[in-house]
Design a protein around this ligand. Structure first.
Ligand code: DAH
Length: 345
């Protein structure tokens, strides 16, 4: 009885293993179903094992061996079928994923240093050569650092002029790198000789000369005997290094709240040498920065004794330098990051 039963089980199992994969079902899933149906806890072969207690004691070893043999046969068949199917699937995949080694390779696209970066590295090289340290300050600032401590109190017109992105009443995106002057002065380490490059933000509409986000390079020197002639000498030297040894500079009186006296510095047009051309709009001069002697009140607010210390400061528009130096006529080109443009510098 049991022998016949086992034979039927074996035949049925082998047939189902053979047929696995013929139907809709994934072949490996079908195999698994066969395993469960015959060898699983509620499987047919397991049922036979459970019925062993009805077999006479002396018959049990023989019947047990038969059950084991059947299980081995089914297990082997399952294993072989599984290996066969996996090999077939792998072959199929290899065929599909064949690589055509004769195709041209994808080129690794290299980027290019941005004109702003090139100009900044040049500026840093010049000032580091004069003993300046490069420091950075936060782009998100408190009103105090951006305005108050720079002599721009509540209600000062400069606060309206510089259309500011406010994050909250007191926190804003800095409109000028001059805020880093305050951070440096507050550290209480004197003398100070630093430049501080970075991004600034103003609520301006985009056009050929404006952007809501651009870059400045701040400069600050504070020491015991600093005069306006030190400022002039330093910035004249800087201009010659940047635009060529023949470059002349001129200082026009100006107003900044945090410097007194204040000036704007022009360089002689490096295109026409000062005669006047299209590049300098016939002026012969090109404005490149704002500067002045640090206001005593500004020193005082940051805890520096204005009777003992004096300083000068300057602020350079980095884009302006890049546009001039590389003769780019539209600021927007600097922000599009078109590699065909960037590669020209
Ligand atoms: N912060 C000024 C601006 O954004 C530029 C400037 C002018 C900076 C004079 C200075 C300075 O340090 O002394 O327009």
């Amino acid at each position: 009885m049991i022998r016949e039963n086992l034979e039927k089980i074996r035949e049925a199992a082998l047939k189902q293993i053979n047929d696995a994969g013929i139907g809709e079902k994934d072949a490996l899933d079908a195999l698994n179903d066969v395993r469960v149906a015959f060898l699983g806890k509620k499987g047919e072969l397991t049922a036979v094992l459970k019925s062993m207690k009805e077999v006479a004691a002396e018959e049990r070893p023989k019947v047990g061996a038969m059950v084991n043999e059947t299980r081995d046969v089914i297990e082997n068949a399952l294993k072989e079928a599984k290996e066969r199917m996996e090999a077939a699937a792998m072959n199929e995949r290899l065929k599909k994923e064949k690589i055509d080694v004769t195709l041209p390779s994808k080129r690794q696209e290299m980027g290019h240093r941005h004109p702003n970066t090139i100009a900044l590295e040049e500026l840093e090289r010049i000032f580091i050569g004069m003993g300046y340290e490069v420091v950075e300050g936060p782009e998100v600032e408190r009103d105090y650092y951006n305005f108050e401590a720079l002599n721009i109190p509540e209600g000062h017109p400069a606060k309206d002029e510089q259309d500011t992105f406010y994050i909250s009443g007191d926190i804003l995106l800095r409109t000028q790198t001059s805020s880093t002057q305050v951070h440096e002065m507050e550290k209480g380490r004197l003398p100070i000789k630093m430049i501080s490059p970075g991004r600034v933000f103003r609520s301006d509409a985009v056009d050929a000369t404006h952007s809501p986000s651009f870059h400045q390079v701040e400069g600050l020197l504070i020491d015991e005997k600093v005069s306006f002639s030190d400022l002039k000498g330093t910035l004249a030297e800087f201009a010659k290094e940047l635009f060529g040894a023949d470059t002349k500079v001129r200082f026009r009186p100006h107003h900044f709240p945090f410097t007194e006296p204040s000036a704007e510095m022009d360089v002689s047009c490096f295109k026409c040498g000062g005669k006047g051309c299209r590049f300098c709009k016939g002026e012969g001069w090109i404005e490149i920065l704002g500067c002045g002697m640090v206001h005593p009140h500004v020193l005082e607010m940051s805890g520096i004794d204005p009777l003992r210390y004096r300083g000068f400061a300057f602020g350079i528009g980095l884009e302006r330098i890049a546009l001039l130096k590389y003769e780019i006529d539209d600021m927007r080109l600097l922000y599009e990051n078109d590699i065909r443009f960037l590669k020209q510098f």
